[in-house]
Design a protein around this ligand. Structure first.
Ligand SMILES: Nc1nc2c(ncn2[C@@H]2O[C@H](COP(=O)(O)OP(=O)(O)OP(=O)(O)O)[C@@H](O)[C@H]2O)c(=O)[nH]1
Length: 382
């Protein structure tokens, strides 16, 4: 009997101390929390003593924070401010409760219970009050300390990178990221190798660094949350330049899906972005046509250049891939990411386009510059 109860006690303790188990390899970019301000301390009527205020709860950015660390600190998804101290005959004023701060990484959007945006936290040490502690007990509230405010929130991480790769699975985005930076994403000849965003840093001789995010495979219907859906699309929002990466051979998701040539693939990507958030189409965008080392690629690229400027080709598109508004690409570059052909030039061009887009922002005061320059069709990229 005694051994049995000791064993049970041990089990309980082990269970209490068990580390947080999270699904491995999952990219954590959303955490739900219930946040409560601390309860106010009681007042002491005899001496008109005032209870301490309950602790507030704040959210503050810290570049070293991660959503995983938040889950480790608050495994039950509840965050509370400290309780205010009571007033007593030897203490006229109760002590205020301690404040609690949730440290979040840069790029977190705080969303309220109705999915409304409470704050976009993109700067270091940005701090907001999320739940106020309750008032301490006084004659106004019959010396009973009040509860703090309570709110349900979601912390949603949207990556901040200078350039976001947009493309269907297997287009060669991971291979390109490897070619442009020191990142080592997985590369394989089947769709959805990338299940989490990979970030690579392009380094230049003058020490300039530009970050690129290779985002998981978008597919037709992502705006309806098909495939990885919005999980991918929301990361596009905070990049300054979109890099469309397509396979010169086009795209086909599977035997049951229609085969899209490269022009249809680009228009389909265009449409996916438009259906998710139309204003994404005004971001500066560059088109990279990959796998130019494959047979017949030169002729296909020529056809593509023609189709991109032809109204007829646009009108002939199947309705399901025809966007309402076409993206105006700043540039079209043919490359072979695998053979690293034209990738060094692309790296230089991307820097130029990014800097131009920043200059445009300063001049106009716009949030994101419109991609107003037409596609340069005379350019010979390969
Ligand atoms: N011939 C040729 N093959 C390439 C080139 N670039 C990539 N590939 C191949 O295309 C396949 C897919 O490449 P990935 O880089 O994994 O493509 P991805 O777009 O990251 O794919 P997801 O992870 O599914 O989004 C791999 O077998 C690559 O070796 C290229 O320039 N030429």
């Amino acid at each position: 009997m005694v051994r049995c109860s000791i064993a049970r006690l041990c089990e309980k303790q082990i269970a209490r101390a068990a580390p947080l188990v999270l699904p491995r390899r999952r990219f954590l970019d959303r955490v739900h929390l219930t946040v409560c301000g601390g309860v106010g301390g009681s007042g002491y009527p005899k001496i008109m003593g005032v209870g301490g205020r309950g602790g507030n709860v704040y959210i503050e950015t810290n570049p070293k924070a991660t959503l995983l660390k938040i889950l480790r600190s608050f495994p039950d998804h509840k965050v509370r401010g400290g309780s205010g101290g009571n007033s007593a005959h030897h203490q006229l004023l109760g002590q205020n409760g301690t404040d609690t701060t949730i440290e979040v990484p840069l790029g977190v959007t705080v969303m309220g219970p109705r999915k409304e945006v409470i704050a976009d936290l993109i700067k270091p040490n940005q701090k907001i009050l999320i739940a106020e502690g309750g008032e301490g007990g006084t004659s106004k509230n019959k010396y009973r300390g009040l509860r703090g405010s309570q709110i349900q929130i979601d912390l949603v991480l949207k990556l901040i990178a200078d350039i976001g790769f947009v493309g269907f699975p297997n287009a060669g985005k991971s291979t390109l990221l490897r070619a442009l930076s020191r990142a080592q994403p997985k590369v394989a000849n089947y769709p959805f190798t990338t299940i989490r965003p990979n970030i690579g840093i392009m380094e230049y001789a003058d020490a300039r660094q530009i970050s690129c995010a290779d985002l998981p495979g978008l597919i037709e219907g992502a705006h309806r949350n098909v495939g990885l859906g919005h999980n991918f699309l929301r990361h596009v929002e905070r990049t300054s330049l979109l890099l469309f990466v397509v396979d010169i051979g086009g795209f086909r998701l599977g035997p049951a899906s229609p085969e899209r040539d490269v022009f249809e693939t680009i228009m389909s990507l265009n449409k996916e972005l438009e259906l998710y958030r139309e204003d994404l189409l005004t971001k500066p965008a560059v088109l990279v046509v990959n796998k130019m080392d494959t047979e017949g690629a030169d002729q296909k690229l020529k056809d593509l250049r023609y189709k991109l400027t032809s109204d007829g080709a646009y009108e002939d598109l199947p309705a399901e891939v025809r966007p309402m508004q076409r993206i105006k690409f700043r540039d079209l570059v043919g490359i072979s990411a695998a053979k690293r052909e034209n990738t060094e030039q692309l790296k230089e061009d991307l820097r130029k386009h990014l800097e131009e887009s920043f200059e445009g922002n300063e001049g106009t005061g716009k949030k994101d510059t419109e991609s107003t320059r037409p596609l340069k069709l005379e350019r010979q990229s390969m």
